[in-house]
Ligand binder design. Structure first.
Ligand code: NI
Length: 255
């Protein structure tokens, strides 16, 4: 069975058929999902989803693009929500320099504070890092993120950067981008990263793999991602599914 390590089923694009879609996952070979918070509202909806569906776990955290709205009161609420018995990670947190806002200093401050939160509540982290490879690594090394453990979600950097994360014993979330024709850099990185350090993810509703690129994504598309990883690593599809499931159980401490 497939472990989906990163989805956003709280998103409003699932409003019409969310329950039907989620109820269909197990029959399609997906037996665990981590719904990942991005803002305060999405964290609240994540908690509703983990309370409603036995196979859904949650990550609680604020995406770098949403950090401009954070304050002490909501940070306190985040910490409380990390105490939920099905919260398995702090995330997604990190840095995103693709857009101008929020200012880098604001993103860095809340990234550091949420790494500290993960340390306080003893949970691994789910890292979002876009166009910010060096700063992300510097902060993680300074704050000893290797003690926390975690995953670099939607890994999109080179194998040289991958090596630095491997040195910190981190995992790599691999999603739909791996199936894109022009994804040469990421394909090289996946060839290099040991299968024992890879997690399957979709980032639904975003980043649907080929042949569904551009459409609304869901965990039902994970087989396309697992097939591509199997091809790149010269192992069977079943091995990719089994090993990545064990990896996710180990990292997030769920069974
Ligand atoms: Ni995400």
């Amino acid at each position: 069975m497939i472990f989906e390590s990163h989805a956003h089923y709280d998103d409003k694009v699932f409003e019409e058929d969310r329950d039907m879609l989620l109820q269909s996952l197990q029959a399609n070979g997906i037996d665990a999902v981590i719904n990942v918070g991005a803002g305060i509202d999405s964290c609240k909806k994540t908690i509703e989803l983990m309370d409603k569906y036995p196979f859904i776990y949650g990550a609680i955290g604020i995406h770098p693009s949403e950090t401009g709205k954070l304050d002490e009161e909501s940070f306190k609420w985040l910490k409380e929500s990390c105490g939920h018995k099905k919260t398995v990670a702090v995330g997604e947190i990190g840095l995103d320099y693709h857009y101008e806002e929020p200012e880098h200093s604001v993103q860095k401050e809340w990234f550091e504070r949420q790494l500290g939160l993960a340390r306080d509540v003893k949970l691994p982290v789910i890292i979002h890092s876009r166009d910010s490879a060096r700063d992300t690594l510097d902060i993680m090394k300074n704050l000893h993120a290797e003690d926390l453990g975690g995953v670099i979600h939607c890994f999109s950097y080179t194998k040289e950067i991958a090596r630095e994360y491997l040195d910190m014993d981190f995992y790599f979330g691999i999603g739909g981008v791996i199936t894109f024709k022009n994804a040469k850099k990421i394909k090289e990185a996946v060839e290099y990263i040991p299968i024992e350090k890879i997690l399957l993810e979709t980032d639904s509703p975003y980043l649907a793999p080929e042949p569904n690129r551009g459409k609304r994504n869901s965990s039902l598309n994970i087989p396309y991602i697992a097939e591509e990883i199997a091809l790149l690593k010269g192992i069977s599809y079943e091995e990719v599914v089994t090993v990545t499931h064990e990896n996710a159980e180990r990292l997030f401490r769920v069974r």
